[in-house]
Design a protein around this ligand. Sequence first.
Ligand SMILES: Nc1ncnc2c1ncn2[C@@H]1O[C@H](COP(=O)(O)OP(=O)(O)OP(=O)(O)O)[C@@H](O)[C@H]1O
Ligand SMILES: [Mg+2]
Length: 330
Amino acid sequence: MKAIQVDQLVRRFGDFTAVRGVSFEVEQGEIFGFLGPNGAGKTTTISMLCTLLRPTAGHATVNGYNIATQPDAVRQSIGLIFQDPSLDDRLTGRENLNFHAMLYNVPRAASRQRAAELLALVDLADKADEVVRNYSGGMKRRLEIARGLLHHPRVLFLDEPTLGLDPQTRRHIWEYLLKLRDQEGVTMFMTTHYMDEAENCDRIAIIDHGQIVALDTPEALKGLVGGDIVTVSTSDNRQAAEKLKAAHGIEPRLGPEGQLIIEIAQGDRFIPQMMATFANSSAPLAVQSVNLRRPTLEDVFLKLTGHAIREEEAGTKDHMRMMRRMWARR
Ligand SMILES: Nc1ncnc2c1ncn2[C@@H]1O[C@H](COP(=O)(O)OP(=O)(O)OP(=O)(O)O)[C@@H](O)[C@H]1O
Ligand SMILES: [Mg+2]
């Protein structure tokens, strides 16, 4: 059985189609990432799979249960980690877990033991009896992860789990997620707009304007961009692009800061030729910076969609919206 099976899922809001027929499968024990810019349809998709939002069309199963006809079975079998503000910061970490266990009808004795195990897993054992008000942002997120796992879900859904955390804390959260997969075999479906994080996923679907534009391992996706990436900035990038076209038959892409991005087989050999082209004219172009590197997922995204993934942080509005939906449907 696949952990998640999605077939032509569609969601419309009035005249607007937020998710336009996405299909994919997630294997058991896999970390599957949805990578896309602001408004791509990530939260809408994850909300449908968690049964917080009804699909307009299409089918999906989670742990073998149909999201439309067996929503309660789906909910019992999954864990949710959204950036919801639902930790009670007047309670201790342990009390928050116990409260959540009650909501899920986890028997008391079993939940005590599970809570202790999970607090240890996310390195909060020594802070378990401290009120959450005194936790750092990273500690709160770790507690949310522990809480999402309390009822032994086989699939964990995470919507931007590290949003707003500093890089070191983000790395730590990832250590816990990878440990979880390895120790408990939990399948994870997550959304992110952090390229470096997406690299940790076993497979990634790149989503843009409600459609999946590519789906593969991070390595294979990067393989879609041929060779090296040369980035160059000059005194006149428009003119530089024309010269590159005329002299080398190359059409550079435009980067987020207006720099020229060139995909080329042997970048180290190309750079001196390019410099000669820029210098060699009646009006030579001054080169301000040149950079040579291997392709990243950002390059893949730019190549496939023609635009950069957003740089700004996603709003918490989505998460608030989702929480409201969840309570409305309970
Ligand atoms: N309840 C709603 N009513 C109307 N439009 C909505 C609703 N929910 C989402 N949308 C729209 O659907 C599109 C997809 O939204 P969604 O929240 O799924 O994007 P996202 O990929 O999660 O973006 P972000 O990275 O900002 O979280 C957006 O244009 C959004 O404005
Ligand atoms: Mg979102």
